[in-house]
Design a protein around this ligand. Structure first.
Ligand SMILES: Cc1cc2nc3c(=O)[nH]c(=O)nc-3n(C[C@H](O)[C@H](O)[C@H](O)COP(=O)(O)OP(=O)(O)OC[C@H]3O[C@@H](n4cnc5c(N)ncnc54)[C@H](O)[C@@H]3O)c2cc1C
Length: 420
């Protein structure tokens, strides 16, 4: 660990991207201040499905998604929904999304997404070991459970691509997958087992990261929303938060689904749409699950954690709003017995339903790199469905960029101003 003081860094946002940035910057000897508009007890990095997903090398903007999305828009329980709106943001985001939903984009992006996820997965192992963290990190892989021939064909084809990308993955028959889950009956045609994937308990991870960075000297200001910036000659000088002003040598902008609003205040254009998703916890009295899974046709995530099972899903692309749509939660609940017939999961009460906003970029790639416009500003975010998975990679790359070093992963496709 390098304890030499390198200067000061101010981080905006205390989700997984901001906390992991603080973690690695502190290790390098920077003086770290972190601002968050909330109390750091909840954001998208808490109630998610906790999956570490090198398997998600296909960006959200992929062939077929637009047609599928249009079909799902007319079903109130569907897992994917775009709220029709004349909002300029949504229209501009949608046009960019459609432009990128093609095979060439997927082929070009897959190796970079894979590498960033694999880097992150290794870094999670290091964090768990080196700092004595305990956040239920496990590498049992993730099962893509399917019920129909059509999905079997698609998933097995995708698994072949994953293999060609060097990922550890295997297609399993109905009997083989049942053997992996001895305590719960499955009603599926088969599964693809992404052994390269992992899972963890996000609440434990977030709490331990906060405790760690505080103990290492980070100064955290809660309830401190960034409202403006001061810049001079292409460099940021200070961040304004209401009546307060924070100066630093370098700045890291995260902020999850709020990133575009924060960036706009600094004169940058970083397009994102919030993709609202829901989750809830279920305590199984029996029928313990050994592996996390994705119920492929229903797009539901199932993760054993902290003695419970967390069910999560839906992607509602709409302006930020705190409404809980119980129809979509019902869609998640309805899907469960089709795959796990013995799991008797009741509809959760509205108060027990968590929701969060995935920060979704229009091309499905994260934003990670220096701003061209503001030379001492690094941006980290836009991880969409894999933002938790990417956390340590964000942090490591941010710390390498801060000390002007070569990064551990190629981030050339992730420029924060690629749409400017
Ligand atoms: C249902 C669901 C399941 C998911 N499952 C997975 C999964 O299994 N694996 C995976 O990898 N990802 C998953 N995700 C996605 C993942 O949770 C997100 O991509 C990730 O948490 C985003 O992290 P972040 O740090 O970018 O943003 P956030 O965690 O949202 O943090 C942003 C922070 O910025 C703060 N902020 C906002 N505005 C301001 C301001 N003006 N000033 C200061 N601070 C501000 C907010 O208060 C917040 O604390 C899931 C998401 C959902 C909704």
């Amino acid at each position: 660990m390098n304890q030499e003081n390198k200067g000061s860094v101010l981080i905006i946002g205390g989700g997984i991207a901001g906390l992991c940035s603080a973690y690695y910057l502190l290790k390098d000897g920077w003086k770290v201040t972190l601002l968050d508009s909330g109390d750091l007890k909840d954001n998208c990095s808490y109630g998610n499905a906790g999956m570490l997903v090198p398997s998600h090398f296909t960006p959200l903007a992929a062939p077929g998604i637009v047609a599928q999305g249009i079909k799902w828009m007319f079903n109130s329980k569907s897992p994917f929904y775009v709220k029709p709106s004349l909002s300029a943001n949504l229209i501009s985001w949608g046009l960019k999304f459609i432009k990128h939903a093609n095979a060439t984009h997927v082929e070009r992006s897959a190796p970079s997404i894979r590498d960033l996820n694999l880097l992150s997965s290794n870094l999670y192992d290091e964090i768990a070991k080196a700092d004595d963290f305990a956040f239920e990190l496990q590498h049992k892989g993730i099962l893509m459970l399917y019920k129909t021939e059509k999905m079997a064909e698609e998933e097995v084809h995708l698994a072949e691509t994953a293999k060609s990308l060097g990922l550890d993955v295997e297609a399993l028959s109905r009997n083989q997958v049942q053997q992996l889950e001895p305590h719960a009956k499955l009603d599926v045609l088969g599964a693809v087992h992404y052994r390269c994937d992992g899972h963890l308990y996000p609440q434990a991870l977030m709490a331990q990261l906060i405790a760690y960075i505080k103990q290492k000297g980070a100064i955290i200001h809660e309830h401190t929303a960034v409202t403006g910036f001061e810049a001079k000659q292409g460099k940021l000088e200070a961040v304004i938060a209401g009546s307060k002003k924070f100066s630093a040598d370098k700045f890291v902008m995260t902020g999850g689904a709020w990133l575009p609003d924060i960036a706009k205040k600094a004169g940058l254009r970083i397009p994102l749409m919030p993709g609202k998703g829901y989750s809830f916890m279920y305590k199984p009295s029996e029928h313990r699950l050994e592996h996390p899974s994705l119920l492929v046709e229903a797009r539901v995530a199932v993760t054993p954690m902290n003695g419970y099972i967390r069910f999560g899903g839906t992607m509602e692309l709409a302006a930020l709003n705190n409404k809980v749509n119980m129809n979509r939660v019902q869609g998640i609940v309805d899907a469960i017995p089709h795959y796990y017939p013995e799991l008797n999961v009741d509809m959760p009460a509205k108060k027990d339903v968590w929701f969060g906003f995935r920060p979704c970029s229009p091309d499905g790639l994260p934003y990670l790199g220096y701003s061209k416009q503001l030379k001492n500003l690094i941006v980290a975010g836009g991880g969409g469905m894999m933002g938790l998975s990417l956390g340590p990679a964000y942090g490591k790359v941010v710390s390498e960029l801060a000390k002007e070093q070569q990064t551990s992963a190629d981030v050339s496709l992730f420029s924060p101003e690629r749409f400017a």
